[in-house]
Design a protein around this ligand. Structure first.
Ligand code: PRP
Ligand code: ZN
Ligand code: MG
Length: 226
C-alpha cells in the first residue's frame, strides 16, 4: 500500500462474517469492483478507491497507523485492538464515522452445559479460552474475578472438551456454534456491530471529497433498509 497515493484505501475482511456485506454496502454506494478471490488489493473501476482485503483482526491497526484510510470492522475487534494497543503504548486512535447495520454479535462467556453456574465468581481461579484477552480481562477485573486466559487464535469452542479450559469467551451470533459444542451462554460481556472507521490524521482534500460523498450514500442505503 502506497501511503502517498491519492487513491482512498479501504480495508475490509477478506473472508468471514463481514466480508459479503462490506462489499455489498460499498457497491450499493456506487463503487464498482471486480473481485478476484486470490487478489488482496482490488481497484475500483469508477472511483479512485482501492479495497484491501485482510484479516479482520488486522483492520483496526492498519487504520490506527494510517496505512489505510478507512476500515469496515466489528466493534468487538476494534475495542480489543484498542485495549491491546493502549496497554502496549501503540497508536490507538481512530475516527468512528458510522455504525453499520450488519455484523451484529455479542462476546459472551459460555460454560459446558453439564457444569453448574451460579455467577461470574464461579470462574475465579478458572481457565477461560478466548481470542479476546483484553476485553475479557477488563470485564473480569471490574468484577474482582481473577481467571487465567488461555489465548487461542481459533477453535475456541472446543477448548473445554479438549481439557484446555473450564469456560470460553467468544463471539455468539446465532448460537449454533455454542449449541454444537455443548456450551451454554452465561455472561454477555460486549455487544457489537460493524463500524466504518477512519485513520486519525486528516485526509488529503481529494480523499476527503470521496468520503464526503460516501457518508450520505451509506446513510441513504441504510435508511432504505430500515
Ligand atoms: C465467530 C465465533 C464462532 C462463530 C459463532 O467466529 O468464533 O466461531 O462466529 O457464530 P454462531 O453463534 O452463529 O454459531 P467468526 O467467524 O465471526 O470470527 P473469526 O473468523 O474472526 O473467528
Ligand atoms: Zn477474526
Ligand atoms: Mg470463529
Amino acid at each position: 500500500v502506497d501511503k502517498n497515493s491519492q487513491r482512498l484505501t479501504i480495508a475490509i475482511q477478506k473472508s468471514g462474517r463481514l466480508s459479503k456485506e462490506s462489499i455489498a454496502l460499498l457497491q450499493a454506494c456506487g463503487f464498482k469492483f471486480s473481485l478476484h478471490e486470490a487478489r488482496l488489493l482490488a481497484h475500483s473501476s469508477n472511483q479512485p478507491v482501492d479495497l484491501l482485503r485482510v484479516r479482520d483482526d488486522d483492520i483496526p491497526g492498519l487504520v490506527m497507523d494510517g496505512v489505510v484510510d478507512l476500515g469496515l470492522v466489528g466493534e468487538n475487534v476494534l475495542e480489543e485492538v484498542r485495549l491491546e494497543r493502549q496497554a502496549t503504548q501503540l497508536a490507538c486512535k481512530v475516527q468512528r464515522l458510522r455504525a453499520l447495520d450488519f455484523g451484529q454479535c455479542r462476546l459472551s462467556i459460555a460454560v459446558p452445559k453439564e457444569e453448574a453456574y451460579g455467577g461470574i465468581q464461579d470462574l475465579d481461579g478458572k481457565r477461560i479460552a478466548t481470542t479476546y484477552p483484553y476485553l475479557l480481562q477488563n470485564y473480569l477485573q471490574q468484577r474482582g474475578v481473577s481467571a487465567n486466559n488461555a489465548i487461542l487464535t481459533g477453535s475456541v469452542e472446543v477448548a473445554p472438551r479438549a481439557g484446555l479450559a473450564d469456560a470460553i469467551c467468544d463471539l455468539v451470533s446465532t448460537g449454533a456454534t455454542l449449541e454444537a459444542n455443548g456450551l451454554v451462554e452465561k455472561e454477555v460481556i460486549f455487544r457489537s456491530q460493524a463500524q466504518l472507521i477512519q485513520r486519525p490524521e486528516p485526509l488529503s482534500a481529494a480523499k476527503q471529497a470521496i468520503v464526503d460523498q460516501l457518508l450520505p450514500r451509506i446513510d441513504g442505503v441504510q435508511m432504505a433498509r430500515e
